[in-house]
Write a protein that binds this ligand. Structure first.
Ligand code: TYD
Length: 207
């Protein structure tokens, strides 16, 4: 039996961690083996690449180099963790995936379509079964994120960058309405959980 691949997306302060725990409980209670992972990272090689990507001292990183390092982390992650787990019938819940690169590097950095092309190679065409985009306005998200510690290299970007990547998520949600479910992240965590669980029930009924 094939498993499921679920991803969560959104800008800063959208509340992904809480909803990831909820999704994990949803599947564990139904007897599934769940793999919770994240990007960048998720493998020993990926975690080293993550340190490079988020290091605030790497302010001079070239945008193309940045896109390729995210893609390198993803290629390793798909090969070593995600694809094998899904093939074994597990439920993989991943904090960010290719949509993040399209939003942050494609729209945020302005690299455009090349990001999808590079990522098609990195993932070997693997796509999530469902993606939850936790939608929060960049200004509000930034305010919330401030309360959770020191900002990393991407979080330090000017607000314009965050508005551009927000446009990226909006465009992705429009382009892939079957896969990407928009969840209003200004609602309470419990309301968001209810909406997410309704989508998961439907997805499980289809499988
Ligand atoms: P992380 O601490 O995981 O952020 P968050 O809690 O917001 O998910 O850091 C990941 C950062 O890297 C985040 O700012 C988004 C960014 N990112 C990209 O720019 N491109 C990508 O492909 C991915 C996966 C993340």
């Amino acid at each position: 039996m094939k498993g499921l691949f679920i991803t969560l997306e959104g800008g800063d302060g959208a509340g992904k961690s809480t909803q990831i725990s909820n999704i994990e409980s949803f599947f564990r209670e139904r007897g599934f083996v769940v793999v919770h992972t994240r990007e960048p990272g998720g493998t020993p090689i990926g975690e080293k690449l993550r340190d490079i990507l988020l290091d605030r001292n790497n302010g001079e990183m070239d945008p193309v180099a940045e896109m390729l390092i995210y893609a390198a982390s993803r290629a390793q992650h798909v090969a070593e963790v995600i694809r094998p787990a899904v093939n074994e019938g597990k439920v993989v819940i991943c904090d960010r995936f290719t949509d993040s690169s399209i939003a942050y590097q494609g729209y945020g950095r302005g690299l455009g379509d090349v990001v999808s092309e590079v990522n098609a190679s990195a993932t070997g065409g693997l796509e999530p079964d469902i993606t939850f985009w936790l939608d929060i306005d960049p200004e509000a998200g930034r305010e919330r994120a401030k309360q959770t510690g020191e900002p990393d290299r991407l979080e330090l970007e000017k607000i314009d960058f965050h508005y551009r990547l927000y446009e990226g998520y909006k465009a992705l949600a429009l382009a892939y309405p079957e896969r990407i479910k928009r969840i209003d992240a200004t609602r309470t965590p419990d309301e968001m959980k209810g909406e997410i669980f309704a989508h998961l029930e439907k997805l499980c009924a289809k499988e």
